[in-house]
Design a protein around this ligand. Structure first.
Ligand SMILES: [Zn+2]
Length: 425
C-alpha cells in the first residue's frame, strides 16, 4: 500500500537498523543475548514525531516517492532505539564534580555522602538562573547521548524540571522520594501533583503527556519500614513502578546487620529515631521480607548481594538499575554482572546523579558497562546493550507503551527517535 501525504514524511536511512520490534522484557542470559531482527539498507519512516514504519529502502521506494530534502541518509551506521536513563537525580545537577565542590571520590559511601551534604549546603545560595543553567547542561548530556527518557528521583521540584524537559521533548518518570523515619512518609507535593501539572499545562510550557510519577523510597537505612511499605502500597494501587537504592554499599550492610558503623553515626545525627533497632538482615533479604521486591520494583545499584540473593531477585522478577560509573566514583565496589545476567532480573542502566558521575551521558555509561563486563570476562554485543539501556529501561519506567508514543523499540506508533552506532564488523 502506498503512503498517503508523502510531503509530510520524514525518512532516515542507514546501512543497518535494529528495531527490536515486539520484543518483551529481556530477562536472563538467553533473552539478553538472543539474536534480534536486523534490517540492512533500511529506513525509519515518520510523521509528526511518530514512527509509521521501519522497512528496507527497496520496500519503501515501492510505496513512496519523496523529495530529496525529506531523506536523511546517515550512511554506514547502525540505528537502534534511543535510551532511557533508568536512574538519575536531575535536581543535583548544580553539584557537577567539575565545579570543584569538594566531592570525595573513591573512598566509599559515607565519606562521599558527607562531602555531598556540605556541597548541597553550599549550593543553597545559588541563584535560580544558575540552578536552571546547570539542569540545562545535564539535559544536554542526555540529548547528545540519544536519551529520550529519564527516571528521575525527585524531592519537590518536578514542575521546573518538567518545563525544561518539555522544551526538548524528553520523557520523565518522577520518583517522588520518601525519606526518613517520621510519620510524614509520602512527599507532601504528591497530592498536589495533578493540580500542579494541570496549571503548568495551561501555561503551555509543560507537555503533560511526557511525564508520569510515583512514590519511591530512598533506601532501607534512611526510611522506616512503615514508610517504605506505604510508598510501595501506593505504587501497587496505581500499578506503577516503585524504586529505591538497594545494596549499594558495605556501610548499608553493616548498619542493617548491626545498627553500628559509620553510617549509623551519620544517620543518628538527624535521621534515626532514638529507639531504632537494626533488622539484622541483609538488604536483599530485608527488602524481600517487606514485600518490596517484585516485577513492579526497580532496585538501584545491587552491588552487595550474594549469588543466592541475586537468584532470589531473579525469581521476584525485579528490575535492577546498574550505575557502574557512580559505583566507581563513590568507591562502593562492582556488581556481579554474570550472576545478574543469569538470574532473570531485568537489567536496566542509569547514570545516577552528576554528584557521583562525570556527566549524564548514556554512551559513556554504556562504555563503562562494557568495560566492567570485559573485566568480568563477559562480551556484551550491541543487541544486549540495547536491551538493557533502551528496551528494559523503557519497560521499567512504563514508557514502552506510553500515553502518546511508546519508547524503547523502533516500530509503528513509537516515538521517532533513535540511537546511532558505528557498524561493528
Ligand atoms: Zn541515586
Amino acid at each position: 500500500m502506498m503512503y498517503k501525504n508523502t510531503e509530510s514524511l520524514q525518512v532516515v536511512k542507514a546501512s543497518r537498523i535494529f528495531p527490536f520490534r515486539k520484543e518483551k522484557i529481556a530477562r536472563g542470559r538467553e533473552k539478553l543475548f538472543a539474536p534480534t531482527e536486523v534490517l540492512d539498507n533500511a529506513v525509519i519512516v515518520a510523521k509528526d514525531g511518530c514512527i509509521l514504519e521501519v522497512e528496507t529502502w527497496s520496500d519503501f521506494k515501492r510505496r513512496a516517492n519523496i523529495k530529496p530534502y525529506q531523506l536523511k541518509d546517515l550512511g554506514d551506521v547502525s540505528l537502534a532505539p534511543s535510551f532511557t536513563n533508568a536512574h538519575c537525580h536531575l535536581e543535583l545537577s548544580h553539584l557537577r564534580a567539575e565545579y570543584n565542590l569538594g566531592l570525595v571520590q573513591g573512598q566509599g559511601f559515607v565519606p562521599w555522602v558527607k562531602s555531598l551534604l556540605i556541597a548541597v549546603d553550599q549550593g543553597k545560595g545559588l541563584a535560580q538562573e544558575s540552578y536552571k543553567q546547570a539542569i540545562s547542561q545535564a539535559i544536554d548530556d542526555l540529548l547528545i547521548s540519544y536519551t529520550q527518557a529519564v527516571g528521575d528521583i525527585n524531592s519537590g521540584n518536578c514542575l521546573q524540571l518538567s518545563k525544561q524537559l518539555s522544551f526538548v521533548g524528553i520523557n520523565a518518570h518522577f520518583f517522588l522520594e520518601s525519606f526518613g523515619y517520621g510519620a510524614e512518609s509520602i512527599p507532601s507535593f504528591w497530592h498536589d501533583l495533578p493540580k500542579t501539572w494541570t496549571q503548568a499545562r495551561t501555561e503551555r510550557d509543560v507537555k503533560e503527556s511526557l511525564f508520569q510519577a510515583s512514590v519511591s523510597g530512598h533506601s532501607l537505612y534512611s526510611c522506616s519500614i512503615e514508610n517504605l511499605q506505604k510508598a510501595k502500597a501506593l505504587c501497587n494501587v496505581q500499578n506503577s513502578i516503585f524504586s529505591m537504592h538497594l545494596a549499594e554499599h558495605n556501610d548499608e550492610l553493616e548498619f542493617l546487620q548491626t545498627g553500628k558503623g559509620a553510617l549509623s553515626e551519620l544517620l543518628s545525627v538527624r535521621v534515626l529515631p532514638k529507639n531504632f533497632t537494626p533488622p539484622r538482615l541483609s538488604p536483599i533479604l530485608l527488602a524481600d521480607k517487606l514485600s518490596l521486591l517484585d516485577d513492579k520494583s526497580l532496585a538501584v545499584h545491587c552491588v552487595h548481594c550474594t549469588p543466592s540473593e541475586i537468584a532470589l531477585m531473579g525469581e521476584r522478577q525485579v528490575f535492577v538499575a546498574l550505575c557502574p560509573r557512580s559505583n566507581e566514583f563513590i568507591g562502593v565496589g562492582e556488581v556481579d554482572l554474570l550472576a545478574l545476567i543469569n538470574s532473570g532480573v531485568a537489567l536496566c542502566l542509569g547514570t545516577d546523579s552528576i554528584a557521583s558521575n562525570n556527566d549524564l551521558n548514556m554512551l559513556n555509561e554504556i562504555n563503562a558497562l562494557k568495560k566492567l563486563a570485559q573485566k568480568q570476562k563477559i562480551e556484551l554485543p550491541l543487541r544486549t546493550i540495547i536491551r538493557i539501556a533502551a528496551l528494559n529501561s523503557a519497560y521499567a519506567l512504563g514508557f514502552i507503551k506510553n500515553k502518546k508514543f511508546g519508547l524503547g523499540r523502533l516500530e509503528k506508533a513509537y516515538k521517532f527517535c533513535y540511537s546511532i552506532f558505528e557498524n561493528e564488523n
